[in-house]
Design a protein around this ligand. Structure first.
Ligand SMILES: [Zn+2]
Ligand SMILES: [Zn+2]
Length: 362
């Protein structure tokens, strides 16, 4: 039977979010209903509210979540009721040309639940944020969006792996392929940039240079593993990174802002034949201009990292295990835990740069 639960809905462009009664249908074939235990507040949720993603209101917000599978539909074999899972935004299809070539982290045909949750009984269909919608007591997803992990981890910590923290760690270890002894610079030290710092440390980077315009963020980046910090409001970051790397530039530079100016900094702060990873998300009007001769002459790789090029079934359990072994401090990303009706306030604190992550705990 369909269930009525509470969820955080964005009703229209820039309107304050509200806790509403939502209807969660029983899982159909290939679907699962998950009892949400925790869900982080991400910039993407704010972008949905502001109309920056699409105009398909009402949205059911929340997408960095962990919880327990309550029920599964026909044909679901990978997860079962009672499993503790982290939700991901993209259930891999297994059939597209990327999957068939053995590169499922690029899957070009990912999917979400087919049925829709609604605003009250018979009300408007809800568009779940990134196909998840987890600022809710329960949510309906495709079973492939559920990845089973060790239930010893705190849900508030585990949920963050479902989006921003995975994007940052993955930008370093999957896309940038940071390895032992590398020098790494990270431009932009919010949640994603800090996770890239943590990923670089995990991969054995010898030098990790954090760049930001906010000293508070640089202090946090140091606690995540940055060996050097550069405030790019006072100092030219390209010069500073070169100075810290024997005049050469870093082996890998991770751009976690998503702006042409910072991308250019990343491009020139990189050693010859080095790698630039763009994990910051640009907006449609942004244009990049670079001398093509420099693109050619400096060699190396210019890569984009989408969701940290992660494969949830491979990366989520591994990162949870490393956290439980004390080798990756995911707890440091949780600034505060809040209730379901405090999401609007959390948006303000996030916008002011006061928190790394507020996490709704249910
Ligand atoms: Zn696929
Ligand atoms: Zn997110």
């Amino acid at each position: 039977m369909a269930q009525e639960v509470r969820g955080v809905v964005a009703p229209g462009k820039n309107e304050p979010v509200r806790v509403e009664t939502i209807v969660v249908p029983d899982p159909g074939p290939g679907e699962a209903v998950v009892q949400v235990q925790a869900c982080g507040v991400c910039h993407t949720d704010l972008h949905y509210k502001q109309g920056g993603i699409s105009d398909d209101y009402p949205f059911l917000l929340g997408h960095e979540a962990a919880g327990v599978v309550e029920a599964v539909g026909e044909g679901v074999t990978d997860v079962a009721p009672g499993d503790f899972v982290i939700l991901n935004w993209r259930a891999v299809c297994g059939q597209c040309r990327a999957c068939k070539r053995g590169r499922p982290w690029y899957c070009f045909d990912t999917h979400n639940a087919r049925q829709k949750m609604t605003l009250g009984k018979g009300g408007a269909e809800l568009e779940p944020a990134l196909g998840i919608g987890a600022f809710a007591e329960k949510t309906l997803v495709a079973a492939g969006q559920c990845t089973k992990v060790d239930p010893a981890v705190s849900p508030a910590v585990a949920g963050l792996l479902g989006c921003g923290v995975m994007a940052g760690i993955g930008a370093a270890i999957n896309t940038g392929q940071v390895t032992r002894g590398d020098s790494v610079a990270v431009i932009g030290c919010g949640g994603v940039g800090d996770a890239a710092v943590a990923g670089a440390r995990l991969a054995g980077a010898a030098k990790i240079i954090a760049v930001d315009i906010d000293d508070r963020k640089l202090t946090t980046a140091e606690s995540m593993g940055a060996t050097h910090t550069v405030n790019s409001r006072d100092t030219d970051p390209v010069e500073a990174v070169r100075e810290l790397t024997g005049g050469n530039g870093a082996d890998v530079v991770i751009e976690a802002v998503g702006r042409p100016e910072t991308y250019k900094q990343a491009f020139y702060a990189r050693d010859l034949a080095g790698t630039v990873v763009l994990v910051g998300v640009p907006t449609p009007e942004m244009q990049l201009e670079l001398p093509l001769l420099d693109v050619f002459g400096r060699g190396g790789a210019l890569k984009s990292s989408w969701y940290g090029d992660c494969l949830p079934s491979r990366d989520f359990p591994m990162l949870v295990d490393l956290h439980l072994q004390g080798r990756l401090d995911l707890g440091a990303f949780v600034t505060e835990t809040i209730a379901l009706d405090e999401v609007e306030k959390a948006f303000e604190r996030m916008h002011a740069g006061d928190v790394l992550r507020s996490v709704v705990v249910l």
